[in-house]
Design a protein around this ligand. Structure first.
Ligand SMILES: [Zn+2]
Ligand SMILES: [Zn+2]
Length: 424
């Protein structure tokens, strides 16, 4: 049973409720382009995870089988007092491991490269919660190995992990302000807003997952202050809507410096040094300007109402496709969802390009639509007229409606999609 997959409909429902509250109050917490980028990163992370999630499970299973100190049968985790105590112990210890994983994810460059995705949004709402990395599988599992060394069953820790992640969803909101004493015990919207800030005072603070007590214990707690309003985002802004680049940006920065560093010690060491550290020779030749928070402006290229409607409609299709892929993955595994995932990823990429009004965005979208139509024809050939015709019709109707939408945009907008000049 995949608890996180079960929670997704509730996540989406909560997001819609927050969006309605925002619109009614006129608080401007949501921008369509930023929310689409965050949700695209979330869809990318989930679907990419279909092909990578085995790695941590295999590593954990191996450690548990060969090195566990205590043999804890699953039957110990029942509804008795001992069973409940064991569940609570596992959940608290997992949260402690999460604290250190999260802290290192900010403090060590290569781990920050994976985690930065979650922090790039310059808004803060429930869509930010779903903005997750696609490369976290590389190292995150290492931080939980102590629990497998102790001997907690894999089945228990998988559930505990899911509960920990699900808990963290709701704290990504500005609708809830302060929660009194709870702000001092649990991770709450207020103290997690601090964690997403780029203000000097708030940087590298409040790493907890469920309990903020860890931060108070290890000296990384900072309270949200009325006289220092949180500025969300990262010091080196993403400044585009490409969900793939969101995952690669910090790796690219590190690779840039590693290639130009003269000493091998620096070329290798840069990946494991404190986040922000640069080799002195590279720093001297390629200095980076510091961000001026006093004049901070969100990345927000404007688009026409028609284009925004087109992108929103396409993104709604992408969400439906992602849900269908999730369903198919649950039934048949990763191999059957590879091609649908590739099509979905192409869609997320082109939607980001359209929102940025990149010069080639329209051509990419046209090519993508023609490709989808081609897939429809292939499915017709593969499954025959009885079943294949359904796939073919869906692909055909979708392509035709999308092409009609693009054509309408072109004819009604002075700012033509075709051959539009980049604002850069
Ligand atoms: Zn973080
Ligand atoms: Zn967060």
């Amino acid at each position: 049973m995949d608890l996180i997959a079960l929670a997704v409909p509730f996540f989406l429902l909560a997001l819609v409720v927050e969006l309605i509250i925002d619109r009614l109050r006129g608080t401007g917490l949501y921008r369509a382009n930023d929310a689409i980028n965050s949700l695209s990163a979330g869809i990318l992370s989930t679907t990419f995870g279909y092909f990578t999630r085995l790695l941590p499970l295999l590593a954990w299973g191996f450690v548990l089988r060969n090195f566990a100190l205590i043999d804890m049968p699953l039957t110990w985790f029942d509804a008795s007092a001992r069973g409940i105590a064991l569940w609570v112990t596992a959940a608290v210890l997992w949260d402690l491991c999460y604290y250190w994983f999260h802290r290192f994810s900010h403090e060590i460059s290569i781990l920050w490269a994976a985690h930065a995705v979650h922090h790039q949004s310059e808004d803060y709402n429930l869509s930010t919660a779903l903005r997750q990395t696609s490369t976290g599988f590389l190292f995150s599992w290492i931080f939980y190995l102590p629990l497998f060394l102790i001997g907690f069953p894999l089945e228990v820790l998988v559930i505990v992990n899911a509960v920990n992640l699900i808990y963290q969803f709701w704290v990504h909101t500005q609708v809830v302000r302060r929660m009194g004493v709870l702000d001092r015990i649990l991770v709450t919207p207020s103290n997690h807003r601090v964690h997403h800030a780029q203000n000097e005072r708030y940087i590298d603070k409040n790493y907890g997952g469920i309990f903020i007590l860890w931060d108070r214990m290890f000296g990384t707690f900072e309270d949200e202050r009325d006289d220092d309003a949180v500025i969300f985002g990262v010091r080196k802004p993403l400044a585009n809507w490409n969900p793939f680049w969101a995952n690669l940006q910090v790796y690219d920065y590190l690779l840039f410096d590693a290639r130009r560093a003269k000493r091998w010690r620096d070329k290798l060491g840069i990946w494991f040094r404190r986040t922000g550290w640069r080799p002195t020779d590279v720093e001297a030749r390629y200095p980076k300007s510091r961000v001026d928070l006093a004049h901070f402006e969100k990345f927000d290229p404007s688009v026409s109402g028609g284009l925004q409607a087109y992108v929103l409609a396409q993104f709604a299709v992408a969400i439906v496709v992602a849900l269908l892929i999730a369903e198919s993955f649950a039934r048949q595994g990763a191999a059957t969802v590879l091609i649908p995932c590739l099509l979905l990823w192409a869609q997320l990429y082109t939607l980001g390009s359209l929102n940025e009004q990149r010069p080639n965005a329209d051509m990419l979208e046209l090519l993508r639509l023609l490709f989808v139509n081609g897939v429809g024809v292939l499915l017709l050939q593969r499954y025959g007229i009885a079943t294949g015709a359904v796939f073919w019709s869906v692909c055909g109707v979708y392509t035709f409606a999308s092409l009609a939408g693009l054509g309408l945009l072109k004819s009604t907008s002075k700012q033509s999609l075709i051959n539009i000049t980049s604002s850069e």
